[in-house]
Ligand binder design. Sequence first.
Ligand SMILES: [Zn+2]
Length: 122
Amino acid sequence: MSEQSRIVTGVGRGLRLRCPQCGEGHLFSGFLKVKGCEACGEDNTNYPSDDAPPYLTLFLIGHLIVPFMFWMDKAWAPAMWVMFAIWLPLIGGLSLAMLPFMKGATIGLAWANGVTRETARQ
Ligand SMILES: [Zn+2]
């Protein structure tokens, strides 16, 4: 498998919340708790994700949602409480919804590049 296709495979399986090694087993045992694969035995807890998933989540949410916030403010100039009532739950909910997928993709990327907690420390 070429390095590029390994990255696509790892990130793709991570985005589907599956084990990057086999694509069958589940990556998480809870909301964000990484576990070993029940299908192939790969220890997925060995792959670090650290701050990357929340960073990616905020980066994507910011670029997807904030333009609509500005557009709504310009177009209709709603009261501030209306803006907060609409956008805070939407941004909070989308962030929580996207976070596991970003964490899966990050772990898949670490798997593809052979980055483990040991190699990341050096
Ligand atoms: Zn597996």
